[in-house]
Design a protein around this ligand. Sequence first.
Ligand code: FAD
Ligand code: NAP
Ligand code: SF4
Length: 678
Amino acid sequence: MEPGAAYPVLLSPLQVGHLRLRNRVVMGSMHTKLEDRRGDLPKLTAFYTERARGGVAMIVTGGFAPTWRGWLTPFSSTMATTRMADAHSAMTDAVHSEGSAILLQLLHAGRYGYHPLSQAPSGKKSPITPFRPSRMSEDAVRRTVESFVRAAELAKRAGYDGVEVMGSEGYLINQFLAARTNDREDSWGGTPEKRRRFPTEIVRRMRERLGEDFLIQYRISLIDLVEDAQSWDETAALARELEKVGVSLFNTGIGWHEARIPTIVTSVPRAAFVDLTARLRREVSLPVIASNRINRPETAEEILQRGDADLVAMARPLLADAAFVAKAGSGREREIVTCIACNQACLDNTFANKPVSCMLNPRAGRETELVLGPARTIKRVAVVGAGPAGLAAAVELAGRGHRPELFEASGSLGGQFRLAARIPGKEEFRGTLQYYEHMLALREVPVHLNCRVTATELAGFDEVVVATGVTPRVPEIPGLERPEVVTYQELLEGTAIAGARVAVIGAGGIGFDVSEFLLHDSDETLAHWRARWGVADPAVHRGGLTQKAPQEPRRTVYLLQRTPGALGKGLGKTTGWVHRMTLRDSGVEMIGGVEYLGVDEDGLHISLASTDPQNPERTERTLAVDTVVLCAGQESVRDLAEDSAVKIPVHTIGGAERAGELDAVRAIRQATELAARI
Ligand code: FAD
Ligand code: NAP
Ligand code: SF4
């Protein structure tokens, strides 16, 4: 088969308005934080240029507010003056010279603005921001419409091929469209027709002022996933009206940010919402873009071949691999670093006000700083341990021309990450291990499994990378030697089996994951996932919400921690709530402020901090469980790192370097940075 022949539609060109796109891949908007300061524009240019060189047809920038009242955070990215526009010209030129088109996303945060000057159709505060917006006067509404049009004119001046009008995810335009957030009785609210006036006015005026050779892409919310939201009929009517007033193509959005249904995390099935894109495509005669949890070329091709969409938008997958399209087009799809939808180094960073990157590609957003060029002096490097740190080090060292060899004590690759891949809803993690396995073979890295390395095995190497990782911590609690006490590693590897009633000691990421492993299997079908989360057809239930199906957990599970207060506070900002809700829905009792007294034939004995200030006495309780699983953190494996018999330079990375606050993001980042230095 010819390279790329597997994706005939994905790789075929498409005429959209005045533009001929070279294929069907659109890079969806991502706020990287490099947009916010003019001084960072060269870095943003490098970020986009690398993706354009990697073959995407069209890039949508992160969101730019058309006016400061629409900022996401104080002083965040704005497009409101000619000076701001002119600063973007070098960036649009650079992207064009690599053959991609580029659109500026116009995003007015409305009540999602994280600042005291936010404005919205009504004065209702959002549940996810501390600031109450001021209610817009009619004059303010008209001025805001004009600010969108003016920002589009500035985008044209800056060399953009068009704009994306952000009409989904619960931002200002979406707030106008839903009765939930628009209680106005003037000409901008009161009926669905009047609520639609805000976006249709924006687009109508943009088209009038900007002419035909400018793309207006509208991101439409297909399913709001909140109460008092739009019905499908209203969404379809909006699309038809927008087509009439001058939209060129539709991108699609799923769910408001305040929705309590996961829409992009790893446990959401791939392409879970694409049936709605197909439905929109039947309502309009314009091209339609599918989005959300599309991360592989095969998935994208299937969507296009079925006729569900004309293009696909991928955002995080292009953080993970800038050359996604080029690899798909040259028969190298197994070399694609596939986004696992973990959010750990991208969206979670955004919420922590840090620049966006990627767990699997630490170069993302750091293209000008983290450079993996050819090695000047080729070295023989022993890489010890094949967890994420060792795998990434070996692959990147080989990529630079060094001669690494990888040693692993167990019989398989992956370390702790291999256990993560056994958790229901984390199936994507398997793809990462397959990628590393493929790259080791492709770069001809010798791999020695079942080989526990000591100083003796290092003879003949120039340097050693110690990536020996971590081992589960066994705390000092009486009775832990009993057979019903197991580590998470034994449970997940299948060398131990849990009974019907289980206590999990430790409520970090692993305690939560292990609880899910104990409770349920992966969702068998998309219908099963929808039922579990109460996702309905928005044509039947306004907003697409219905009752969740009751869960039938496999076991009774208690999840425990010593720290008082709510459990799961340390979990990812954008994913933690999904895990907490899953356990709550399955009836898990989550207990903080625990002291572990011991395990015996009656179960696990604990004492609990008092919640009554009048009576500070602790109370004792016995959890009648038949299994206790230890998820009490980890300790570094450092025997090789500290072995004085090793006489070559030693680099210690990942869990071997430090077990505290370890995750795969740090392990892979340290490995990549080290590989760039050796
Ligand atoms: P490890 O993964 O511990 O790998 C070390 C390897 O070295 C092992 O394979 C070991 O056998 C080998 N080794 C040790 N000594 C020697 C020796 N002397 N010779 C040869 N080989 C040796 N992290 C996230 O970021 N996100 C998640 O969602 C996530 N989920 C998780 C879920 C579970 C259930 C678990 C268990 C972990 C999860 N993690 C997650 C944590 C993540 O897997 C670890 O942070 C990561 O694997 C650490 O990487 P590492 O390479 O430093 O060490
Ligand atoms: P962790 O987050 O450090 O949690 C360890 C848990 O064990 C805590 O609940 C801690 O709570 C408890 N603990 C610590 N020492 C103890 C002791 N001596 N006795 C009893 N309990 C003790 O570590 P982890 O859950 O093992 O996870 C390891 C790493 O993997 C984490 O850093 C995490 O980032 C990563 N991970 C991430 C995800 C994800 O979805 N992003 C999922 C899994 C793992 P108390 O001290 O309050 O008891
Ligand atoms: Fe995807 Fe995770 Fe990378 Fe974000 S950090 S792009 S979710 S793999």
